[in-house]
Design a protein around this ligand. Structure first.
Ligand SMILES: [Zn+2]
Length: 98
């Protein structure tokens, strides 16, 4: 169980709540060749400006992913969002009428 003060610290800094609740709204930003004979597929979420790179092999299989997040996407030192934090975020958004 996530400590309540950790949850509250996170919720006080929710600037990208929609993406965290609903997922990112990826838009295609084109492909570039990569060094394994395939291509890197670049996409961008216009809401939070996170960039995603999916690394494809030459047959189109995804072999890896990289995310470049805005510097203030998370709260430094508190780690990733876990199930308790996401549940609390959904509850707050629901009560606000999201
Ligand atoms: Zn996003």
């Amino acid at each position: 169980m996530t400590p309540r003060r950790t949850l509250m610290a996170r919720l006080a800094h929710v600037e990208y709540a929609e993406c965290m609740r609903l997922g990112h709204g990826w838009q295609d930003k084109g492909d570039t060749d990569n060094d394994i004979g395939g291509w890197d597929e670049h996409s961008l979420c216009p809401r939070c400006t996170t960039e995603r790179v999916r690394i494809m092999d030459r047959r189109g299989y995804v072999t890896g992913r990289k995310y470049i997040r805005p510097g203030d996407y998370g709260v430094k030192g508190l780690g990733v969002w876990d199930a308790d934090m996401r549940a609390a975020l959904r509850t707050v958004a629901h009560r606000r009428g999201a």
